[in-house]
Design a binder for this molecule. Structure first.
Ligand SMILES: [Zn+2]
Length: 62
């Protein structure tokens, strides 16, 4: 498996329901929780913003 360098990073986000998932830091659309469907982020100009009342950042993955 080739380790392709990406200029963008992923962010690990935890939903209020307890689900954790990796979110592409430069996603161009909102990301919803895969378990409960709650929107966890919104996109502003090519960078995501975590909705702090719905989810929180666990850690950032380079
Ligand atoms: Zn959830």
């Amino acid at each position: 498996m080739k380790n392709k360098k990406a200029s963008s990073k992923f962010v690990r986000v935890k939903c209020n329901c307890g689900n954790e998932q990796n979110v592409f830091g430069c996603a161009t659309s909102a990301v919803s929780c895969l378990v409960c469907g709650t929107p966890m982020t919104r996109s502003t100009g090519g960078r995501i913003v975590v909705l702090e009342d719905k989810a929180k950042v666990v850690r950032e993955l380079e």
